[in-house]
Design a protein around this ligand. Structure first.
Ligand SMILES: [Zn+2]
Length: 302
């Protein structure tokens, strides 16, 4: 078990929404704000909400541990980012619309970031290299004001790692990384983005590997479309969206059955891309969670 010595366990893993172990090495920290001033309500809300994070910092700088760093918390909205990161929540000092963050919270965050960076050998803490806002991985307003504070957190953390007390002033806070990036997109993602203009439609049916009741609805996983490894949380397809071609009534969804998306949902917009795992994310109307598909497999069925 790995928990920062700066943190006190609080409601530790007393909720179901995290995954045992890691499928990647830890090379980054993801910054969140709680979108609540009720510090104590976290992590109790994760008993019903399908989310979690490793740490949470209060308005007075108290640091609580919710999930063992050796386990994968569900905070980034993207499997590859969750597997390779530690998620830190920050309690807000003020509510909507500003969602302010106290200076004591930021100062404590820098200490925790320094501790994590040191233990995992990140080297210098650099925004958008090993310290990310949640919004980098998912379409979200999180982490609110903290997005503009990443440089400050990094500067303080670097000072602490160099033996200082974190009492440094930060000049500019970049909104996002400006360095030109290599095109690391796969041919399939390029085709979806450049040729299809982020639209999709599937011609070919696909085969169910398994169908189960998950998160209150029947869902299927399919080797024909899903990335590997896959999970119900990121890759499950609700049967409500599907038609069962192996059954005249269209609703048995036995393992091995051939299915297709119903006509009215068998097209739409691709809402997110993950070049690291070569996957595409689609938000279906009426379903709150993005479903991730392997870009190559999806294209082969389009
Ligand atoms: Zn977040």
């Amino acid at each position: 078990m790995t928990v920062s010595g700066l943190a006190t366990p609080y409601g530790f893993q007393d909720f179901p929404n995290w995954t045992e172990g890691r499928s990647a090495a830890i090379d980054k920290i993801v910054i969140h704000h709680m979108a609540t001033t009720d510090y104590d309500s976290v992590p109790g809300i994760w008993k019903t909400r399908e989310a979690s994070a490793h740490y949470g910092i209060g308005q007075n700088g108290q640091i609580r541990a919710y999930v063992d760093e050796d386990n994968t918390a569900w905070h980034a909205g993207q499997w590859s980012a969750n597997s390779s990161s530690i998620g830190i929540e920050h309690a807000n000092a003020t509510g909507a619309p500003d969602w302010g963050i106290a200076q004591a919270t930021i100062d404590a965050s820098a200490k925790l970031v320094a501790d994590i960076a040191q233990r995992y050998g990140f080297g210098k803490v650099v925004p958008y290299k090993n310290l990310f806002p949640h919004s980098e991985f998912y379409g979200t307003a999180c982490p609110g004001q903290l997005k503009a504070k990443l440089q400050e957190i990094a500067d303080k953390a670097n000072d602490i790692m160099a033996g200082g007390n974190g009492n440094v002033s930060t000049q500019a806070a970049p909104e996002s990384v400006q360095t030109p990036q290599e095109d690391n997109r796969s041919a399939a993602i390029k085709e979806f983005q450049d040729k299809w203009k982020n639209r999709w439609a599937l011609r070919e049916p696909f085969r169910i590997r398994t169908c189960e009741m998950q998160y209150g609805m029947y869902q299927v996983l399919t080797d024909d479309l899903n990335v590997e490894p896959n999970s119900w949380f990121y890759n499950g397809i609700p049967t409500k969206l599907l038609e069962d071609l192996s059954d005249p009534q269209g609703r048995s969804f036995e393992n091995g059955a051939m299915v297709r998306f119903k006509d009215d949902v068998n097209f739409g917009t691709i809402d997110a891309y993950d070049t690291n795992t070569n996957s595409i994310g689609i938000l279906f109307t009426g379903f709150p969670y993005m479903i991730w598909f392997d870009a190559d497999k999806f294209l082969a069925h389009a």
